[in-house]
Design a binder for this molecule. Structure first.
Ligand code: SF4
Length: 458
């Protein structure tokens, strides 16, 4: 019977076979490069490499240690370039886990310079722009999170969500960190702010605020990186969140799931996550881990093992929030390779790519909004819809917006205008908050000459 719902198969030949595509999907096996190629790690055993303690103890924190590990794999000129950056430009101090250093291309000095992970984890002076190293509107705390603290470290920016910064440290420091204001050690360019309240009192004040504020249903437990909080303290905090009826979503932010997967593979951490996941399930609450992976090569077998170990504890999901960075992942192929590695090989959901925020000395990393729009268009249709990452702009005083959601765009001056549909605590009495336009700025060197001239004269 042929009906509209059950058409007879059409046996005529048709031209619907595989067509040539701009991106060619194929599964790629994950690789854990051999760390014994590093002169300083020639004798490191597999058991040592799997140990979180060994990884933490052997992080590279300065040029002397980098030289000890890398020896003559790279030229002396690289170290001088790095030294100048650290003295004049770096907003983050150096901290690279062996796990992350091992994923960088050490085949030659040129390959090391060009490596995507090196470009954001070990920035050097020659990477940065010299014409406009910083945008004139770049600021520390470019998202103004501290202005929206309900209690110290608890940012209440969206109506139903908060960000709890439990601690200001991470097992690894990224050159482009948006919380460069607070996270990590001071550098010659940036004297870091410090929390003033003792951690136990701050955490208690956060919990107290959430108990008093039932309109908040979603807590991002972050830092820094929660992997640097002793497990019993993290578990106690999340356990207390689970006792608050109004909290329905808890997301734990940890780049270390990729940078130090050994941490998340420890027996005590896995057992603790199982306890939290079981309690969350009983209470109908979703716990997820949000990690931060920017390049496909970072997804190694150990990272996949750690992600799957976390999923096995019974948590809802592991999701990735990467940052769109020039020279790191600014092509459709780089974003799709990364997304497929995450989704297919590690069970990690590609979720967001943020535009790099407007912090000082970040111009060489930042992309213009129109470039982000083009990338979003280019990656549509390859991944399942639920796993197609959204490219978002975190607009100061507004929050995350999909890059196509801008209200107006002056391409000549590189100024995009955005609107919002909720008030932060700062705007409780501001009648114009919901009609005002909020600005975001493209890197000046990406503008036409007339736009660049405008900025030079302003
Ligand atoms: S892991 Fe996150 S918080 Fe830590 S330095 Fe990197 S971007 Fe910043």
């Amino acid at each position: 019977m042929t009906t509209a719902l059950h058409p007879q198969p059409d046996t005529a030949p048709r031209a619907g076979g595989p067509a040539e595509q701009p991106y060619v999907y194929r599964r790629r096996p994950l690789v854990e490069p051999d760390w014994r190629r590093f002169p300083g790690w020639r004798d490191v055993t597999a058991a040592e490499w799997r140990s979180a303690q060994w990884q933490r103890a052997h992080c590279v924190k300065n040029i002397r240690q980098l030289r000890q590990v890398m020896g003559d794999l790279i030229d002396e000129a690289f170290y001088a370039d790095l030294e100048r950056d650290q003295a004049e430009r770096a907003t983050m101090s150096m901290l690279v886990t062996p796990q992350m250093l091992n994923t960088m291309d050490t085949g030659s000095t040129e390959a090391f310079y060009a490596d995507p992970v090196r470009r954001y984890m070990i920035p050097v002076f020659s990477d940065r722009r010299t014409d406009w190293p910083s945008h004139p509107h770049a600021t520390r705390d470019s998202l103004h999170e501290a202005e929206m603290w309900a209690v110290e470290g608890l940012t209440h920016r969206y109506p139903t969500k908060v960000l709890a910064e439990l601690l200001p440290t991470c097992p690894q420091y990224c050159g482009h960190c948006t919380r460069m204001d607070l996270v990590g050690n001071s550098t010659p360019a940036v004297d870091k702010h410090r929390f003033t309240i003792r951690p136990p009192d701050r955490h208690a004040a956060m919990l107290d605020y959430l108990r008093r504020t039932p309109g908040v249903r979603d807590v991002v437990v972050s830092g820094g990186d929660v992997a640097n909080l002793p497990w019993p303290r993290l578990e106690a905090f999340v356990d207390a969140l689970l006792d608050i009826d109004s909290i329905r979503d808890i997301r734990l932010a940890s780049k270390a799931l990729m940078g130090l997967p050994q941490h998340w593979l420890q027996d005590d951490v896995r057992a603790g996550m199982e306890r939290l996941a079981a309690k969350a399930r009983r209470r109908g609450v979703q716990i997820a881990i949000h990690t931060h992976v920017n390049a496909a090569q970072s997804v190694t077998p150990l990272v996949a093992e750690a992600a799957r170990a976390m999923l096995d504890t019974g948590i809802r999901d592991v999701r990735n929030q990467g940052v769109l960075l020039r020279g790191v992942n600014d092509t459709p192929a780089a974003l799709l390779d990364l997304s497929f590695a995450l989704l297919d090989e590690a069970g990690i959901m590609p979720y967001y790519f943020y535009l790099c925020d407007m912090i000082p000395y970040s111009e060489h990393w930042r992309l213009a909004v129109w470039e982000a729009q083009e990338l979003q268009h280019a990656i549509m249709g390859y991944l399942p819809g639920f796993a197609t990452p959204r490219i978002v702009c975190d607009v100061p005083y507004v929050g995350k917006r999909w890059v196509h959601q801008l209200a107006e765009y002056d391409r000549e001056r590189g100024i995009s205008y955005w609107t919002k549909n909720y008030r932060t605590g700062l705007e409780a009495a501001d009648p114009d908050a919901l009609t005002r336009r909020y600005e975001y700025y493209d890197p000046i060197y990406t503008l036409p000459e007339s736009g660049q001239a405008w900025w030079r004269s302003h």
